[in-house]
Design a protein around this ligand. Structure first.
Ligand SMILES: [Zn+2]
Length: 397
């Protein structure tokens, strides 16, 4: 049986070992320099850190303008302005999605991300074209990465007639998760919005991932209602709240009861830890057992030219947002973009133990905090046991 040996690597910065990969899995961890090189393809780890592949838990691959000429941002100041601006821009955009999102996916793979949850616009202005294009792209890269797709009613669910039916058609075509957006702020009818997405998710036996930017008391009330419905529908472990800005509007100690409820219902919180708005108190949430994951959100799109798809940079930005400098906090930021994402996305064979998928990254550094802060571009990425990127450059076809 052909195997690959990665010689002399330090799992998460610990003592050096040799790692044997067989049939796309980690088959053994051996004392350093003890694996027989004659029996296997050899990768010289050179004492680098060995990490599990990064998890991009929230992006919008379909929206990106990646690999196209620089375009000054033309969006207005409000969320509704940005939605209509994007509709205008993408409607007549000459570069098809595959030629924007494809290169972005390859770029993200080269940064070490091999697991993705991408929201996918389901809007009547696009019909099902966005969905079909993204499903084709997922098929193209399925030998390298796992992509979960969320049917995302960006323009509104109830306020735009025909969107619910389009969401159901997207689910019929193979989209995995039911999305939602600001039940109050965008859809103006929070209970009906939530009832609808829970009803569609129950029918398709899928999870839910809702964008919740609604702020303050309103947002907190909506989070409580999401918890109620998760409980009522028996959807423990199937719901993610993305952004949840409202959780940042209160002293963390006031949110302990709500955090305990989220933990009990296994509702994950996704935060990009942006600097311009209140954000969920990650340390408190994790200390109460709430799973927290992170993502890039938009990557160079009509909403913003920001973003580069590097989830190590996202971990650093999280640390910056919370003024974290202790080793344990920097390691926690790394945990959010790895184990937190794996838990939220239900990746069962994730990690560095024997039997885990050989989806890995080698990167120079002293330890995890050093890796998060330095973010070396010299990354070797291994997907299903094979090297697919070296020195930050995508190699696989
Ligand atoms: Zn988003």
């Amino acid at each position: 049986m052909s195997s690959t040996v990665i010689r002399n690597v330090r799992p998460l910065g610990r003592e050096a070992v040799d790692v044997v990969l067989t049939q796309g899995k980690i088959s053994s961890l051996l004392p350093v320099n003890s694996a027989d090189p004659a029996l296997a393809t050899l990768i010289d780890g050179q004492g680098q850190l060995l990490l599990p592949a990064l998890v991009e838990s929230h992006c919008h691959l379909d929206k990106t303008l990646w690999a196209t000429p620089w375009r000054p941002n033309s969006a207005g100041p409000t969320r509704n302005h940005r939605i209509s601006n994007e509709q205008r821009l993408l409607k007549d955009f000459k570069v098809p999605m595959a030629e924007r999102a494809g290169p972005l996916i390859e770029h993200c793979i080269a940064q070490g991300s091999l697991y993705y949850r991408s929201h996918l616009d389901v809007q009547t202005v696009w019909g099902l074209q966005h969905v079909k294009d993204m499903l084709a792209l997922r098929e193209k890269y399925k030998h390298l990465i796992d992509i979960q797709l969320v049917a995302f009613p960006q323009g509104g669910l109830l306020t735009v007639p025909g969107t619910v039916e389009l969401m159901e058609q997207a689910m019929d075509l193979g989209v995995d998760v039911v999305g939602g957006i600001d039940p109050a702020g965008i859809d103006l009818d929070p209970i009906r919005h939530l009832e609808k997405i829970f009803s569609v998710a129950t029918r398709y036996q899928s999870g839910i991932d809702i964008h919740l930017h609604d702020l303050g008391e309103m947002g907190r009330w909506e989070i409580e209602r999401i918890a109620d419905m998760t409980d009522d529908q028996g959807m423990q472990g199937q719901v993610m709240i993305s952004h949840a800005y409202a959780l940042g509007a209160f002293p963390p100690a006031d949110l302990h009861a709500l955090a305990d409820r989220l933990a009990e219902l296994q509702i994950s919180i996704m935060t990009c830890a942006p600097p311009h708005v209140t954000v969920p108190p990650v340390t408190m949430l994790r200390s109460r057992g709430v799973n927290v994951c992170s993502g890039s959100d938009g990557i160079r799109d009509a909403w913003s030219p920001m973003g580069n798809g590097d989830m190590l940079e996202r971990a650093m930005l999280m640390a910056l947002r919370f003024n974290w400098s202790k080793d344990e906090d920097l390691a926690a930021a790394f945990d959010v973009v790895t184990q937190g994402g794996a838990k939220a996305l239900h990746i069962s064979d994730y990690g560095l133990d024997v039997g885990c998928a050989a989806n890995l990254m080698l990167i120079p550094g002293e330890n995890l905090p050093d890796v998060v802060l330095n973010r070396s571009p010299k990354r070797t990425v291994i997907s299903r046991g094979k090297v697919v990127a070296k020195d930050g450059v995508f190699m696989a076809g």
